[in-house]
Design a protein around this ligand. Sequence first.
Ligand code: SIN
Length: 550
Amino acid sequence: MNGWEAGTDLLVVGTGVAGLTAALEAGALGLRVLVVTKGAAADGNTRWAQGGVAVVDGEPGAGRTDGDSVHRHVADTLVAGAGLCDEAAVCTILAGGPAAVRALRRRGARFDVAPDGSPARTREGGHSAFRVIHAGGDATGDEVERALLASTGSSTGSSMGSSICSTVGSIGTVPILEHCTALDLLLTEEGAASGLLVLDRDGTVGRLRAPAVLLATGGLGQLYTATTNPAVATGDGVALALAAGATVADLEFVQFHPTVLYTGPGARGRRPLVTEAVRGEGAVLIDASGARVMAGVHELADLAPRDVVAAAITARMAGTGEDHVYLDATGLAGFERRFPTVAAACREAGVEPARDPIPVAPAAHYSCGGVESTVDGRTAVAGLYVAGEVARTGLHGANRLASNSLLEGLVMGTRAARAVAADLAARRLAHRGAALRPAGTPMRAADRDVLQRAMSRYAGVGRDADGLQIAAGLVERPAQGPATPEDAALTTTALAVLAAAAERTESRGCHVRTDFPSRDDAGWRCSVTVRLDAGGRPSAGVELRIGGAA
Ligand code: SIN
């Protein structure tokens, strides 16, 4: 068994916006950092983000829409979050946005500019102002990821004990260990996280030690047959953190993006997104007869919060018997230039957006819940930090506001790195020589196809008690063939989502219970939490914590 200690202070798992931002910030603070990722460095979810970064910057030349303010951005976030946001967390994270975006610009990210030279700003669902900055038209995530990866100045490696070790501690670089899967957290006798058990591409298991571990593993879209998420989004961080004794919360709120390119029945895996900014710039949703989908549904019509639009499309599809609707962008001038990524995906599917309404349907997109953390990324487990989609900070509540996720990754990556530095300096973390044991991340795995079909049929937009129970029964069945650590992570995470969804007997935000169709503020202004029971099974409870104002 190989191992790597070499004085590492912080292990970061994941190379998306939150993980890379944390690694760069920690490096700038003088910490010795190692980034671990199960794929190649650029394989994460960040690069698929299209719309942009929601941020209000009061600086001269920041292109601020007249009358917009962080206060309004907070208010929009609270409304979208359907009464479950933590208002203090929302204020802290959104107020950190301008500085985080300035730091990203200093790292080389280039955003699109308006004719006057200020940042171009678009609008998305739930936003009351044009405040979303973007890059490459609709390729914001790609530019963010490019700039961050370039800033790591890193050499990458793919096996333990190789030349990668020589980059540890080198000034101005962040070493990245690619194709290295985190199997389990290593804990001290006192239960503090202090390392990782990992598996490299050659099948070698190794131990990586550090007094702090930051999970920035992204989301769980691969729980479903169709998702905007890439293949790596298998809920790994949720499974790892649960086994270490952390609490997860708000997992029932799986956000479905309303407009994902429909390419025919039975499409599987990552599906191309049609950014909400297309509606922000005037496109409208119609059904096969040409009738508007959002007319009369919400005062913001096609720019209603995402949960409302996804639910309205789902209801219309059920009413018409169709498996998709259309996004009519034929009236938008310069579509190809403004939305090159969407235009290319449409063209590949034989759709010409200037001429044809774009066929779209909702697909799994974002986990609003995750591992419970403070706004500094600390979890209930000493030495374990989280940032980005894997974290539940209280920013998103029951439904994330569009384009708040890249912002959260930037802000929380920075804040978590600073928390690690502070905890190290205050000697709050495990002693480097402490004896370590694996946390015991469950390795039981369902058949992935069975799991994805069960989740899509019974735990998508619209769930009920019977369906959730059927899904849990299907996911509990062990796979007959070989299973991977990712299949095991999906299984634990699916059971956690199902437990949370069964517990919440109301409809709110992204969680639509057909057997409890109303929102119940008297009974449910609280988070459902999930922990592992003694048998390693996710078990839901309720935390009576009132969220921010609706
Ligand atoms: C989009 O561009 O519609 C997605 C942006 C987001 O999920 O925040």
